[in-house]
Design a binder for this molecule. Structure first.
Ligand code: MN
Length: 401
């Protein structure tokens, strides 16, 4: 498909993509938009669907379900590919660099998984060098935890270094700013259609409930996390901030990205069987720290697929709501340059990495900026997932001691 708009045929935000978000603009205020090339296309005039975008959030649109999602996509595709619509559509295009993306929907619940075998194995080796790196449950169920929905922030939001309790190597308990602040490169899945309480959502119903995908950075204070996580899992070491991209890529844009999942041994229980459908996503992630590419994790290498994560998350009868977000866990591949966090890349700080400016990092410094991008195969060249960007700012000065 081609568009009358002045964008390159291989633009990663071309007419095959059409991610959705909410932006603010000096004159126009806040509005829901589709990102097309270097523009944000205002959806408030979206014909029969305009009511879904009248509230300046994506909440009604997400809740409206797959028929409405596809209806809006068809409408926008027609607008952009048929010259006849040019006159009515052009006034609704705003230059992207004149807008700021905001958090476009109410994050209902936020769950984070741990679905990369390479990540889980590396972390197990680092924290439990004498034991089996994978816990006995790991290949039977997707391990996850409930995070803090209220501290999910949009890409571009500054991330303040958190305070917390940690135990020093000599056993002393310390309180202060985290000294081991890390990033985690992840993909997040945004739920639109809810489900009924008590009803599990099967693997095969994934696309009925999930609207789309976006990049996520699960900032992690490793020193706080290491001291608090036994026995109930991550808590304050992660809940201070989680960044998500400002634009959600619809699953409908990823039809060329589905691939076969990796072999599983042992075979998971029937409710996690995803062999009937190509369930893994071929998405190539890239992590930059102050402009230096520090990792290229392949999402294809994930052990558990997104549909399995959703099936597991609801198998106990916990129902879905519009705006639920579940993330994959750190995406890491088999190679050292495919590790999706500094904990793995620097092996818990023992092997610092060198950036292009010659400085080294074990963990994040104040002022450091992390940018995560990704690409997936599309019908006419790569689909580029919108970046998630965040800069670390110094810890607050006033602290409870
Ligand atoms: Mn995580």
């Amino acid at each position: 498909m081609t568009t009358w708009l002045d964008i390159a045929d291989d633009d990663p935000f071309g007419v095959d993509h059409l991610p959705i978000g909410v932006v603010t603009h000096g004159d126009r205020g806040r509005f829901a938009a589709v990102r097309i090339g270097g523009y944000a296309l205002d959806l408030s005039g979206a014909g029969d669907y305009a009511r879904l975008f009248s509230g300046e959030t994506l909440d009604p649109f997400l809740a409206a379900g797959p028929l409405a999602w596809r209806g809006v996509r068809s409408l926008v595709t027609a607008w952009l590919t048929d010259e006849a619509h040019r006159g009515e559509v052009e006034p609704r295009l705003v230059r992207l660099d004149e807008t700021t993306a905001v958090l476009g929907f109410s994050v209902a619940d936020y769950v984070d998984f741990y679905a990369s075998e390479h990540h889980a194995t590396n972390v197990g080796r680092i924290f439990r060098p004498d034991g089996n790196p994978l816990t006995p449950n790991w290949k039977h169920l997707p391990v996850g935890y409930h995070g803090r929905a209220g501290t999910v922030v949009v890409s571009g939001t500054e991330v303040r270094r958190p305070h917390g309790q940690a135990r020093d190597p000599d056993g002393a308990i310390r309180f202060g700013p985290s000294e081991r602040l890390d990033l985690e490169a992840e993909l997040a899945f945004v739920v639109g259609t809810g489900s009924a309480p008590g009803q599990a959502v099967p693997v095969g119903a994934f696309t009925d409930h999930v609207y789309g995908v976006c990049l996520l950075n699960d900032w992690s204070a490793r020193d706080i996390q290491a001291w608090e996580y036994v026995p109930l899992g991550p808590f304050l070491g992660k809940s201070f901030a989680t960044s998500i991209a400002g634009w959600i890529t619809p699953l409908d844009a990823l039809s060329r990205a589905w691939v076969a999942p990796p072999p599983r041994n042992p075979e998971p229980l029937p409710y996690l069987d995803d062999t009937a459908t190509p369930a893994a996503l071929d998405i190539q992630v890239e992590v930059r720290l102050n402009g230096t590419v520090i990792s290229r994790p392949p999402f294809t290498a994930m052990y558990w697929t997104p549909a399995q994560l959703l099936a597991h998350m609801t198998v106990n009868g916990a129902h879905l709501r519009a705006g639920d977000v579940f993330a994959s866990g750190t995406v890491s591949g088999s190679q050292p340059d495919q590790r999706g966090c500094l904990l793995e890349l620097t092996w818990n700080g023992t092997a610092p990495i060198t950036l292009l400016d010659g400085t080294t990092r074990a963990f994040l410094h104040d002022g450091d900026e992390v940018v995560i991008t990704a690409a997936a195969p599309g019908p006419h060249g790569p689909i580029g997932l919108a970046e998630v960007r965040g800069r670390i700012v110094p810890a607050a000065s006033a602290t409870p001691g």
